[in-house]
Design a protein around this ligand. Structure first.
Ligand code: ADP
Length: 629
């Protein structure tokens, strides 16, 4: 449970493309071991196949050797029988002391041996004593030798055909002996023996790469192209055989030692493997055997196994190398595949990391977006709040303006009303007292007050509704002249200096004549107000044309506009004048008038002191009748 809990608590492992495969090196080692095992198991079979092939090849050599021996023996076999029929031999046996006969027989035997290519031909009497021999002239002459112990003698003496192979006791040569009885009438008087040497066989065998051995019935190697194996035994010598050998002096008993050989059948192939641990080291042979039945011989050919082993080893080496090559190529391909898979896995990992990062960034972006949306909402709320506050302020401002206006109006009206009341009371009192003149004066004052109130009310009316003045081309120069004319009494009273150079040509602007005049009067009046107490007041007017606009500047040398006044001068009811002096409507009305004509009214302070008000208006084409003049 605890494990499960921690497992779920752990963050998910980064995605791995695939579980890692085995590395090729250990697999290669296993494959190599397998290959070595297969080769070790296969080697004996391959070697055996080569051995059998070699054996099959050498079978022909064996058969040839066997045939040659059989042929030689069978050719010689009949010779003693034929020789025994020579009458001279029976005669010599009858007269052994005949000294005239003996040399003749000896020579005849010698001739026979030479012509028939026999090693020896000799004649023995019934006692086994050699009385004539083909070798009579040589050192190793058989004459006088006794061969009664030889089986061929006893067999022939018994009337049969004697045959025997042995190491010649006189000649020291290995030979094959055939013997036949010499029959004189009905009596066997002697034996004729023929010997052939077998050394010539060995000489021919020596040429082949294999070794040929001939064993007799007692397992004694009688013939072989390996001279050191002569009279050695391959297998146990039977007891009876040993006795016979000793009795017949067939072989020198002392040399009959067994070869240190081990023999083993090569499966069911019929071949034998013979291993001989000789003085020169271990020798190994493939052995197959044939028979020369007449002589009781077993002829074996021993083929050295080394070439077959070398061949098998070569084949195995080539096969092993080929397999190794294939394995290495497979390993290389495998290695490459693993590398490729690892690269793919790494790429997948990288992509997953990238995707994770993108997701993370997206999350961050989403969060930032949400925060932004929230901020926008907050701003919107703040803005709404601001608007609301502004509206409230505007409302409050309106109320304040209304209050201001009410105060101003009540002040403006109260004063004349109070004065009217006082003057009326005074007039009544003067009438009561019969002072008519003073009463009349007071009534005139009342009338003046009424005029003043009418004037205030007219201002208000102007502010409230538009005059019936039409808009059209207006001659600016003339309008300025009119306004100056209107202001003349005030200017003169204040002793003001007017600086105005009227342009030579009329300047036509778009507007209403009366209202433009009202604006100019207002601006000049304000300038005079600003310079109250300054001697002498200086007012400058400048009319100029710039492009399609006409500019009229009204400059004074008063204190200029404060910051507040710059910001609010055109607001209705803004005034810095004492109550009763101004309503704060002049500039506001003027501003609206100029704006109605698609113009602009601006205020600024002059660098050299004083204020400058600029009226900017569209130039207009002069009316048709004027243009005609
Ligand atoms: P009023 O003249 O009744 O005060 P206006 O709208 O004509 O109303 O003027 C508003 C205010 O602008 C004035 O009270 C004054 O403070 C300021 N003002 C106008 N003209 C000038 C000027 N030439 N120099 C200085 N201040 C001026």
């Amino acid at each position: 449970m605890a494990d499960a809990a921690t497992a779920t608590a752990r963050p998910p492992a980064p995605p791995r493309a695939r579980p890692r495969r085995r590395r090729p090196l250990p697999a290669l080692a296993v494959a190599l071991a397998g290959l070595a095992l297969v080769m070790a198991l296969a080697f004996p079979r391959v070697e055996r196949a080569f051995l059998i092939a070699m054996g099959d090849r050498d079978r022909a050599t064996l058969e040839l050797a066997t045939q040659v021996m059989r042929g030689a023996l069978s050719r010689t076999e009949a010779l003693p029988v034929l020789l025994a029929e020579r009458p001279i031999l029976a005669r010599l046996l009858r007269e052994p002391g005949n000294s005239g006969l003996l040399p003749f027989v000896n020579e005849q035997l010698r001739q026979t041996a030479l012509s028939l290519d026999l090693s020896d031909v000799y004649l023995m009497d019934a006692e086994g004593l050699t009385i004539a021999a083909s070798s009579y002239r040589t050192d190793r002459s058989f004459v006088g030798q006794r061969f009664a112990y030889r089986p061929y003698f006893t067999e022939a003496l018994a009337g049969g055909l004697g045959r025997f192979h042995a190491l010649g006791t006189t000649s020291g040569e290995r030979g094959y002996f055939f013997a036949a009885p010499v029959i004189d009438g009905t009596e066997i008087t002697g034996v004729v023996a023929v010997k052939i040497t077998l050394d010539a066989f060995e000489a021919t065998w020596a040429d082949s790469g294999s070794t040929i051995i001939v064993q007799d019935m007692s397992n004694v190697i009688f013939l072989s192209d390996r001279a050191d194996w002569h009279f050695r035994t391959l297998g146990p010598v039977p007891e009876a055989g040993l006795e016979t050998i000793a009795a017949t002096r067939q072989y020198p008993i002392g040399r009959l030692t067994p070869l240190p050989a081990r023999r083993a059948a090569l499966g069911s192939s019929g071949y034998e493997i013979v291993t001989i641990d000789g003085a020169a080291g271990r020798e190994s042979y493939l052995m197959q055997t044939g028979l020369v039945a007449a002589a009781g011989w077993r002829v074996s050919i021993l083929s050295p196994t080394a070439p077959a082993t070398v061949q098998a080893l070569t084949v195995m080496a080539v096969a092993g190398l080929a397999a190794l090559f294939v394995l290495l190529i497979a390993a290389v391909i495998w290695q490459r595949r693993i590398r490729l898979e690892e690269r793919l896995a790494a790429q997948a990992g990288e992509q997953a990391r990238l995707e994770a990062r993108v997701r993370e960034r997206t999350r961050d972006l989403d969060a930032a977006n949400a925060q932004l949306r929230q901020e926008v909402e907050v701003r919107a709320r703040a803005e709404a709040q601001l608007r609301k506050t502004q509206a409230e302020l505007v409302q409050a401002g309106k109320l304040a303006a209304l209050g201001q206006m009410s105060a101003a109006l009540s002040h403006e009206f109260n004063q004349p009303l109070a004065a009217v009341k006082a003057y009326a009371e005074n007039a009544a009192t003067f009438l009561d007292r019969g002072r008519e003149g003073e009463a009349r004066e007071n009534i005139r004052l009342i009338s003046t007050m009424a005029d003043r109130m009418a004037s205030i009310s007219k201002h208000l009316r102007n502010f409230a509704r538009r005059p019936q003045d039409k808009t059209g081309p207006v001659p600016m120069r003339a309008v300025i002249e009119d306004a100056l004319e209107l202001m003349r009494p005030r200017l003169d009273k204040a002793g003001a200096r007017l600086d105005y150079a009227a342009p030579a040509a009329e300047v036509w602007v778009t507007g209403g004549r009366v209202r433009l005049q009202q604006v100019i009067v207002n601006l000049i009046g304000n300038a005079l107000d600003a310079m109250e107490g300054r001697e002498p007041p200086e007012i400058a007017l400048a009319l100029a044309v710039e492009g399609r606009r006409c500019l009229l500047e009204v400059r004074d040398r008063g204190p200029g506009l404060s910051e507040d006044a710059l910001a609010q001068a055109f607001d209705p009811f803004f005034t810095t004048k004492a109550p009763g002096q101004g309503l704060g409507l002049g500039l506001s009305i003027s501003y609206n008038i100029v704006r109605d004509f698609n113009g602009r009214l601006t205020a600024a302070n002059r660098p050299e002191g004083g204020a400058v008000f600029t009226v900017e208006l569209d130039l207009a084409d002069p009316p048709a009748e004027m243009a005609a003049e």
